[in-house]
Design a protein around this ligand. Sequence first.
Ligand code: FEO
Length: 395
Amino acid sequence: MRDVCISKGIYYMGVNDRRKHLFENNWPLPFGVSYNSYLIKDEKSVLIDTIEYGSNDNFLNHIERILAGAPLDYLVVNHMEPDHSSMIECVTRRFPNVKLIGNAQTAKILKLYFNLPDESIMIVKDGETISLGEHTLSFHLIPWVHWPETMVTYEQTTQTLFSCDAFGGFGTLDGSIFDDENDFEGHYKSEMLRYYSNIVGKYSGMVQKAFDKLSGVPIKTICPSHGLVWRGNPGRVLELYSKWCNWESEKGVVLVYASMYGNTEQMADFIGRILGEKGIPVRTYDVSKTHVSYILSDIWKYKGLILGTCAYNAQMHPMMEHLCNEIKLIAPKNKTLSIFGSSTWNGAGVKALVKYAPEMGMEVSGTPLEIMGSATYDKLAQSAEAFVDEFVKSL
Ligand code: FEO
């Protein structure tokens, strides 16, 4: 890896992981992920966060090369999730005099993961500063973005925010490390929203609090722990996060169905076409085919949500139940929800979906559309338009 200088004395030390299939063993990584770490070289040298253990063998050598014989004085631990912290023990072995900097919560979690002596940990309070020489760091707690101990670190001279998971995204940094080198709108934006909805979205209320806390802080560069470093237009990522954490959505509908023998699928396509005729963008997913990660991302993006299921063991289809559980966990707000489905004798799937809606924090808009037996053209022609009309009124 070539050395990447962000500004005087501040270096990008991140690595790409293209091998891992599932982030947190749950979320697909078709374009990989980066674990970003940063080094500030000054009278006192500081490493900010580490990388996931095993993702890159050269990380420690890279630190040594940049330090060029100088000691590593501090390791700032913004976040203890192992994708950023699992190299801590390796760093302390290679640089035995390094002092770990974290808040009181960080210290507790550090002891759960590593056998570290008390004197190796320096506990900082919210807003506390330390001088490194030319650079000055301040520490700001942003609990639950994304764990309870999470904090960000701000370098005052260069107005650089080391934001940890906030403002991160899926996707490796393929040559372009900075936003001004990257085709952000073409590729990273959708991976960033998928990351936001899958990982951070549940904590949107806490993201809003973090925004309030950092309002008025001048920020020239944002250095997150995953994805692009924002030096060209940091306002762009702030604008996107502000929109996402306030559940602002775009015109459009996510139409998701679970179908065993094609009747619920027929309904989905019929409904989708009526929406299309009305000029409303639709993304249709078979929940048994597409990983929920992508569906959740589009649910976060669009205002409308239509869920359809067949009946299955007197319940909704299990794959639809999985999606509903994930929606409940990430808790998107300000959605318009309608429900449809097919059944042969008891309408159990639609009933189960209607019953589940409050658990997802949503109300069902209009009357659910249900078809018994085959979803024929005649049955759909008689019922689907009224269903869509009712939904669109609430959209
Ligand atoms: Fe990227 Fe919450 O760790």
